[in-house]
Design a protein around this ligand. Structure first.
Ligand SMILES: CC(C)(COP(=O)(O)OP(=O)(O)OC[C@H]1O[C@@H](n2cnc3c(N)ncnc32)[C@H](O)[C@@H]1OP(=O)(O)O)[C@@H](O)C(=O)NCCC(=O)NCCS
Length: 341
């Protein structure tokens, strides 16, 4: 078995890696959204602007048997590194996963990273079954559970039309006239980029992170635009709704959903939903999500479901999602191992 850096131009290796992802998805967590070939391939050549990435495959007898991506933040959180990947179900328990994990640790350590994480699907109460392999594997290698997020999904038409309308009316009444609700599909309107960058910069300080010591990332307008370039390069579209406080002109609440813009992939992913501390308690979270859902349904009739993951302790966000009809599927365990500097 050989570990090779994945060259995005090597079509056979890229296809082999994608096939491993598909086989693992089918064996390990078939209820979750499937890997998307176009986005995977595009992502290999187009890393996020705030993260350096490297991709590796394990090859045995000329066939790709495992795949791994490594992400190293390059602006803030320079102590941190994470990896993702899987071993083909027919090639497990032969030490391939361990070899890749050691490769990740060596690579990240060489780049000065001291806090390394990987995640794995886990079962959660009222959800579907999940194998314990990922957790056992990571614990065997000295990683400890640092953050649990629960994956929920919701049909785009989960609520009866009159229930949805009643919720929307109530949320609109609670928000009152102080907020202008603005929605768009695609790139952030240029006049909102600065204020959106400001609210995006608060995300890491506001979402529960368990034992992950991540500092808030400062997102400026330039980085915000570069992130949007990457979203487009990946063939993803964003559907977004924000609330602008009339008193200050600033965006104080935001929700967004990402989808594959190919007219057929049925699953969409909920991105961040955030309401500025000073503007909580006005039902802005629920209001924005409902407005955004309507926009999504009207413009992308091929979509069937939206997926979201919330920290298990994030009660206010989970309350909103349950109201909207989200149901538990499984959980994600983020496992952390710390090294000496
Ligand atoms: C987790 C995973 C990467 C392990 O790959 P692998 O090549 O089978 O792992 P290894 O053969 O190196 O196993 C090393 C040790 O992990 C533990 N382990 C691995 N699979 C296990 C299982 N099914 N049950 C219990 N322990 C397991 C064992 O301690 C094992 O040592 P042993 O075989 O001597 O008992 C693989 O099962 C997988 O791809 N799962 C889906 C993706 C995932 O959850 N990834 C998590 C890490 S990113």
């Amino acid at each position: 078995m050989e570990i090779i850096e994945l060259d995005p131009a090597d079509g056979d290796l890229v296809s082999g890696a994608y096939d491993v992802m598909v086989a693992s998805h089918k064996a390990d967590h078939p209820e979750n959204p499937a890997p998307h070939r176009g986005s995977f391939v595009a992502g290999l050549s187009y890393p996020p602007p705030d993260q350096d990435e490297a991709h590796f495959v394990a090859v045995e007898d000329g066939r790709v048997v495992a795949t791994m991506g490594i992400g190293l933040p390059n602006r803030s959180n320079l102590h941190f590194g994470w990896a993702w990947g899987s071993v083909h179900p027919e090639h497990r328990r032969k030490g391939i996963g361990s070899a890749l994990l050691e490769h990740f640790i060596a690579y990240a350590r060489e780049h000065g990273r001291t806090e390394l994480t990987l995640d794995t699907h886990m079962a959660w109460e009222n959800g579907v079954e999940r194998a314990k392999a990922g957790r056992s594997f990571l614990e065997k290698h000295g990683f400890k559970l640092a953050l649990t997020t629960i994956n929920r999904s919701c049909a785009v038409d989960a609520l009866a039309a009159d229930t949805e309308q009643a919720l929307l009316d109530k949320a609109r009444a609670a928000a009152g006239d102080d907020y202008e609700i603005i929605s768009w599909i695609g790139r952030t309107p240029e006049e909102l980029v600065e204020t959106m960058a400001r609210i995006d910069s608060t995300i890491l300080a506001e979402v529960p992170l368990g034992d992950l010591e991540l500092e808030p990332e400062t997102i400026d307008a330039e980085l915000k635009r570069a992130k949007q370039d990457r979203t487009e390069a990946m063939g993803l579209k964003v559907v977004q709704t924000v609330a602008r406080y009339r008193g200050s002109g600033e965006v104080v609440a935001n929700t967004c959903v990402f989808l594959h813009d190919d007219g057929e992939f049925p699953d969409a992913y909920q991105g961040i939903t955030i309401v500025d501390k000073d503007h909580r308690g006005h039902r802005l979270g629920l209001l924005l999500k409902l407005e955004n859902l309507r926009l999504l349904r009207e413009n992308f009739p091929h979509l069937r479901a939206i997926w979201t993951d919330n920290a298990d302790v994030n009660a206010p966000m989970i309350d909103i999602n349950v109201t909207l009809g989200y149901e538990i599927v499984d959980a994600n365990g983020e496992f952390l191992r710390k090294f000496e500097a």
